[in-house]
Write a protein that binds this ligand. Structure first.
Ligand SMILES: O=C(O)CCC(=O)C(=O)O
Length: 255
């Protein structure tokens, strides 16, 4: 059984990204928002989740959660079995491992992300695919993802923060990926992307699942061990950086 049509495969090969709007069953699409609601419920039995916060107009609000797969059987199934992982395997042409999972909440006023290629941040891998699953509708007024077509596997010129240099970023043509709840957008680790702040009054949540070719190893546990120790090192600081690169335009904060 194939999860990717010929048209989708060609789009992926030529542009470095593709939208899969019919991949998730209607029943799953309807439940995804409530599964993501579960991740922010405090639960002392789930200490592995890594939460990150931002300050918006003097308030501290959640902006990201990582390492939640073990906590939530439904999300675990969505991430590790069925249409999502099989679609990625078809696009990459090989079986895959999950490298990392995160939710970006982008609540009202939540900040955007500067133009970057993910390959700069996850340099343990030669290539990977990220599947964005829209939890809320993603629109131009709430800071949907914006991509530039890019089918090569090259790193573009960066600035000192690991983001694309202004020269490169302004030379690219950007397309806004407006999505409905449950739509999936797959993009390569080299596909340039960015997003604006959420200027609407509603949340713009998205799940991001990053997979790598199985031949490169099952690296998720070591990735998160490193991430958790980096967060522990920042214990005495007033904020926790949300990434290895400086692409987040918000003010990181702690609760
Ligand atoms: O969620 C967004 O608006 C963009 C996120 C992004 O590019 C990232 O987390 O690397």
């Amino acid at each position: 059984m194939s999860f990717i049509s010929e048209e989708q495969r060609i789009h992926w090969m030529t542009k470095g990204w593709v939208i899969l709007s019919q991949t998730l069953d209607a029943s799953v699409r309807a439940l995804v928002p409530s599964w993501v609601d579960d991740l922010v419920k405090p639960d002392p039995d789930k200490p592995r989740r890594l939460h990150y916060y931002e300050e918006v107009d003097g308030r501290v609000q959640i902006c990201r959660t990582e390492r939640f797969m073990e906590d939530h059987p439904d999300l675990r199934k969505l991430i590790t079995q069925g249409a999502v992982i099989n679609s990625v395997a078809e696009l990459l042409g090989t079986s895959v491992h999950l490298y990392k999972e995160k939710v970006n909440y982008k609540l009202p006023g939540g900040a955007g992300f500067r133009p970057h290629q993910d390959a700069t941040a996850y340099d343990q891998l030669s290539h990977h695919i990220t599947c964005l699953i829209a939890v809320d509708p993603m629109t131009s007024s709430n800071g949907c993802l914006e991509l530039s077509d890019y089918s090569s596997r090259n790193l573009l010129e960066t600035d000192g923060d690991g983001c694309l240099s202004d020269k490169v970023a302004t030379s690219l043509i950007w397309k806004k990926a407006e999505l409905r709840t449950g739509d999936i957008l797959c993009f390569s680790s080299f596909t340039p992307h960015k997003s604006a702040a959420n200027l609407s009054g509603e949340s713009r949540r998205a799940i991001y699942l990053t997979y790598n070719a199985a031949a490169e190893g099952d690296l998720r546990e070591s990735y998160y061990e490193k991430r958790a120790s980096q967060m522990a090192e920042q214990e005495s600081e007033s904020y926790a950086r949300i990434s290895n690169i400086g692409h987040f335009e918000g003010r990181s904060a702690k609760t």
